[in-house]
Structures are given as C-alpha cells and as structure tokens.
Design a protein around this ligand. Structure first.
Ligand SMILES: NC(=O)c1ccc[n+]([C@@H]2O[C@H](COP(=O)([O-])OP(=O)(O)OC[C@H]3O[C@@H](n4cnc5c(N)ncnc54)[C@H](OP(=O)(O)O)[C@@H]3O)[C@@H](O)[C@H]2O)c1
Length: 329
C-alpha cells in the first residue's frame, strides 16, 4: 500500500491554553531502524499533553514536537530490523510524542497487541497509564498483596488504572477524589474506601487503618508532608507529578525514624531500553489480565482529532472520570 506524503496532525502553535492546538499538515514520518509506523485510529489524551501544550513539559530531544503519548491503529510500515510486527498488525503503543496525527513512529518494542475483544478506541488508552502505573506502583513501589495502597486522583486516567491493578494483585486500595460521584467511581473499580478530599482528611483515614504501605501521588505541594504522616512505618511514597507544586518544607526526621522511602519517576525521558523492559513486563504480567477481561480502561469521552482543544478543556475542567480519547480516522 502506498503511503501519503502528508497527514493531518494537531500541533501546538505556541505555549498557551487549549486554543493553541491547531490542525495542520505535516509530512508522514518514516520509521527508522527498529521502529514501526502506525496508521493511527485513536489517540489517548493525557495530562502531560496539556502540560506540554502550556509550555511546562518539553518534548525530549529527538521526539516529535506534536503532542500525543499513546495511540492504537494498524502497522503501516516497519523499519529495518523489525521482526516482531508486520504491516497490517493491529497494535497499541507508547509513543515518544506525535500521537495527535494520522501517522506516528515509535520503537517496535514499545508496541503491544490489542487485548482480546477490546476495540482500538479502548486500546489507545492503555499504554501511558499502564506503563506509568506498572513501573511506579509495582516495580519502583514494590506493592505486595495484602498491603494498604493509597492513590491520589483516584478517578484520573492514572488513578482508575492504579485502583484496578492494585486490587487485582491483592492490595487493599484507598483512593482520594474530589466529588461524591468520583468517589463512587473509585469504589466501583475496587477501592475499599474512597476519600472525598474536600470533606475528609486522608491522613486521618489512613492512620486509622494503620497507615499506607505505599502511596502513589500526583498532587505534591502540601500533600508531601501529609503523605509522610499517612505512611505506615517502612512505607513508600512514589511521586509521579506535582499538580500543586514540587517545593515544600518537610521534616525528614520522620523518614529516618520510621524508615520511609520517598522516590518517584517520570516515564517520557527514560531510555528506549527502559521503556522496552516495562513493555515486556506488561506483556507477561498484565496483558493476560486484559485478554481475560479482568481489567479495562475507564472511558470518559471521545472527540474528533480537529477538536483536540475541546478534549484538553474537558481534561483541565477535571470533570472527567477515566480516559479521554481522540478519534483520528
Ligand atoms: N510520572 C509519569 O511518568 C506520569 C505519566 C503520566 C501521567 N503523569 C501524571 O499523573 C497525573 C494524572 O495524569 P492523567 O493523565 O491521569 O490526568 P487526569 O485524568 O487529568 O488526572 C488528574 C487528576 O488530578 C486530580 N487533581 C487535579 N488537580 C488537583 C489538585 N490540585 N489537588 C488534588 N487533586 C487534583 C483531579 O481529580 P479531582 O477532581 O478528584 O481533584 C484529576 O482527576 C498528572 O499529574 C500527570 O501529569 C505522570
């Protein structure tokens, strides 16, 4: 099949609000050695896309300047040395950027199969949150069955994935969210206790349970010292974002006296090899659960590619529960 020379893509005209997202024409990218070219059917929308658009999260060197960290579609071409995928295969993939477009390239090792009985629309919403949650909660955070796990932003794309996975792997799950509706979504997904942070203090709730063994936090700011108070002895805090800012005064004596671990990571700047290792672990440990239908992404809403601005506005309204997706075909 011959490929077109140009494609529709959404670019960031300048740093700013959702209105700076504009449809444009770009050359179709060529897959380099070890890469595949995907004809995108659906592209997932993530909070880091909004941060990139606002100018506070730069694309790493060598990555596309177009937003979009995950997509699902069909392999349209393969680069030299690719043997695990063929033209026509349906895939979902973690992307270095460039997902808000009709075609995108990514390392072949960062693509995964479409789970059994799952559509491309849902599959497009798997990679960014599953790579992030798996690597931070299970690999970095070492969550074990029976442990008390607290995830903030429980109704977010990340939160809904973390609740389901932690529950499936036998943890006791606690989640915070900002409304009764969002709290109810968290308990339906498997949280034994959802905490409406506007009405209740998560520190008191967790201390009443003996403290959290692991906290996944994206809020930061005043949550940092509060997370430390909410942790059980030997507890771990994994930081994946700072919606309320990264700077805070913290008494580190607690870290020493109660043997706490504070760590964190961000996915995008990691090496291709590190991401391939996460993909491989997901393929082995998590994709069978998706194939079996034991877990699925929570879908909030969809927008056509040329309405990416509306998708970002929805995300930044924080009215959503789960994932927002762009229809590209
Ligand atoms: N480190 C990594 O590799 C990595 C990868 C992907 C995403 N992330 C981060 O993970 C977070 C979630 O990403 P996502 O794509 O799932 O986004 P999302 O669905 O938009 O989730 C953000 C959530 O944060 C909550 N929130 C927003 N502002 C808050 C505040 N000031 N205080 C408390 N909660 C607040 C909102 O829930 P409420 O309405 O309940 O407040 C919302 O559900 C983002 O911060 C993103 O940057 C990190």
């Amino acid at each position: 099949m011959t490929l077109p020379e140009t494609m529709r893509a959404v670019e960031i005209r300048e740093p700013g609000g959702p209105e700076v997202l504009a449809l444009s024409n770009r050359p179709v990218p060529q897959p380099a050695q070890g890469e595949i070219l995907i004809r995108v059917a659906w592209a997932g929308v993530n909070r880091p896309d909004a941060l990139q658009r606002a100018g506070s999260y730069k694309a790493p060197p060598g990555a596309s300047d177009l937003p979009g960290l995950e997509a699902a579609g069909e392999v349209a071409a393969v680069g030299a040395g690719v043997s695990n995928w063929s033209v026509g295969d349906a895939v979902c993939a973690l992307l270095p950027g460039g997902g808000y477009a009709e075609y995108v390239t990514t390392p072949a090792a960062h693509a995964l199969s479409i789970p059994t009985d799952m559509g491309l629309r849902e599959a497009a919403c798997l990679p960014e949150t599953f790579f992030t949650v798996w690597s931070n909660v299970f690999e970095r955070g070492g969550l074990a069955a029976g442990e008390r796990f607290l995830v903030h932003g429980g109704s977010s794309g990340i939160g809904t994935t973390a609740i389901q996975l932690a529950n499936l792997f036998g943890a006791r799950v606690f989640a915070t969210a900002g409304s009764p509706e969002k709290c109810s979504a968290c308990t339906k997904l498997g949280a034994e206790r959802a905490i409406n942070y506007r009405e209740e203090d998560f520190v008191e709730v967790l201390r009443g349970e003996g403290g959290a063994d692991l906290i996944l936090d994206m809020v930061g700011g005043d949550y940092l010292p509060r997370n430390v108070r909410a942790l059980a002895d030997d507890g771990r805090l994994v930081q994946i974002a700072f919606l309320k800012g990264p700077k805070v005064e913290l008494n580190f004596a607690q870290v020493m006296l109660r043997r706490l671990t504070i760590t964190g990571s961000t996915l995008r700047p990691q090496s291709d090899l590190a991401k391939a290792r996460i993909a491989s672990s997901l393929r082995e440990k998590v994709w069978p659960l998706l194939d079996a239908g034991s877990i699925a992404p929570v879908m909030d809403s969809e927008f056509p590619l040329d309405k990416a601005d509306q998708a970002h506005a929805r995300m930044e309204s924080s009215g959503h529960v789960g994932k927002i997706v762009l229809r590209v075909v």
